[in-house]
Design a protein around this ligand. Structure first.
Ligand code: NAD
Length: 345
């Protein structure tokens, strides 16, 4: 299917391409839905191999944000921005040009941090537009909230598997020790989990995981084949694919990474293998719950945390419904979100 056909099939309201040669900016902003409110989703900066790759990514990610925001009960829609650039080329000029692009959409799209963009970058975006969330001194870095929600989702998954949400002695395989994964790893250690962690390029984080939190280090390839209770992917997307799913020796997958399933078919294969799956856009909603509050009301950390902890119930209910109906968890989660988009929160 061509990307234009995807735009039509996914139901995007608007997809805009911006180019500013002097600033070195090439970016695409996808507004999937503003049905529940302005479209919110982070800005990803990535050295895409082609404009087509970038367009495909923004289409998938912006649609995913509509589902994530609706499932989290936020009165906001779904959108995403992608900047096609090498992270080494990041500059004030680049982000100011991106800010002008965002501003031209007059508030239909609200931007924030994502992969390879930071609170500092957003402060440059704010020089040109007010349509930015995740601001320093307000909701700030979303990662700690994503980590809290993810750990709640892991606990709900343990409850579903074992009848108790205690993680004491529960064997967890974890991939990715970045902003979210490192925090998740610490919290799982504190909750008494037994950790097996895939080798990470950040050796300092890996050292802490191994030496202070007692994690066993394995290669990435070994992690998939490792016998464990819950696999917690906190790195990149598409890790649950036709190669890895047959190898898995876990009882469930519950992690923060976006777009873990390569495609819908992989959700069915995972289900057929009897492996429970906490849908990514539900379990990793903590960050957007945090940033989203800044978009529509006065920021209140206590309120945010209450809503983030609700991820526990949502994950548990989806796992339970999937067990009863036999439908893949992702299908149930998507329907839940689509109904909210159609009928309101
Ligand atoms: P990050 O870039 O800080 O961390 C990801 C880490 O994974 C990197 O350090 C990278 O080196 C590592 N990695 C990549 N491939 C790996 C592999 N094969 N094996 C082991 N490690 C590998 O990103 P992050 O902010 O921690 O986000 C992690 C994931 O969670 C991403 O998929 C992101 O889209 C998703 N997510 C993040 C947030 C958030 O608040 N940051 C919110 C929702 C979803």
């Amino acid at each position: 299917m061509s990307n234009v056909q995807f735009i039509s099939q996914y139901g995007h309201e608007e997809v805009a391409f911006f180019q500013n040669e002097a600033a070195g900016l090439k970016c695409i902003i996808g507004i999937h839905s503003t049905k529940l409110g302005p479209a919110l989703g982070g800005c990803r900066l990535y050295p895409y191999a082609s404009l087509d790759d970038a367009l495909f990514d923004v289409l998938r990610l912006s649609r995913g944000m509509s589902f994530k925001n609706a499932a989290a009960g936020l009165p906001i829609g779904g959108g995403k921005g992608v900047i096609i650039a090498d992270p080494k080329q990041k500059s004030r000029v680049l982000f100011e040009a991106y800010g002008e692009a965002v501003n031209s959409l007059q508030g239909r799209y609200l931007t924030a941090e994502d992969v390879n963009t930071t609170v500092q970058d957003m402060s440059w975006v704010m020089n040109k537009t007010k349509f930015v969330v995740g601001q320093d001194g307000v909701s700030g870095d979303p990662s700690p909230f994503t980590a809290i929600g993810t750990v709640d989702g892991v606990k709900a998954t343990a409850k579903f598997l074992f009848g108790s949400d205690s993680l004491k002695g529960v064997k967890i395989g974890l991939q990715g020790l970045g902003h979210v994964g490192f925090d998740v790893c610490r919290q799982l250690y504190e909750a008494g989990a037994e950790l097996i962690v895939a080798t990470h390029s950040n050796r300092a984080n890996m050292k802490v995981a191994v030496e202070e939190w007692g994690a066993k280090e394995v290669t990435d390839a070994e992690l998939y084949k490792t016998e464990c209770d819950i696999l917690v992917p906190c790195a990149l997307g598409a890790t649950l694919n036709y190669d890895t799913i047959p190898e898995l020796k876990c009882k469930a997958v519950a992690g923060a990474a976006n777009n873990q399933l390569l495609d819908d078919e992989c959700g069915k294969i995972l289900k057929a293998r009897g492996i429970a799956y906490a849908p990514d856009f539900i379990i990793n909603g903590g960050g957007v719950i945090n940033a989203g509050q800044e978009a529509f009301t006065t920021y209140d950390k206590e309120k945010v945390l209450k809503q983030v902890h609700n991820i526990y119930n949502t994950v548990y209910n989806i796992l339970d419904e999937s067990k009863t109906t036999g439908e893949p968890e992702g299908v149930i989660a998507q329907r839940f979100a689509e109904e909210r988009i159609k009928n309101g929160l």
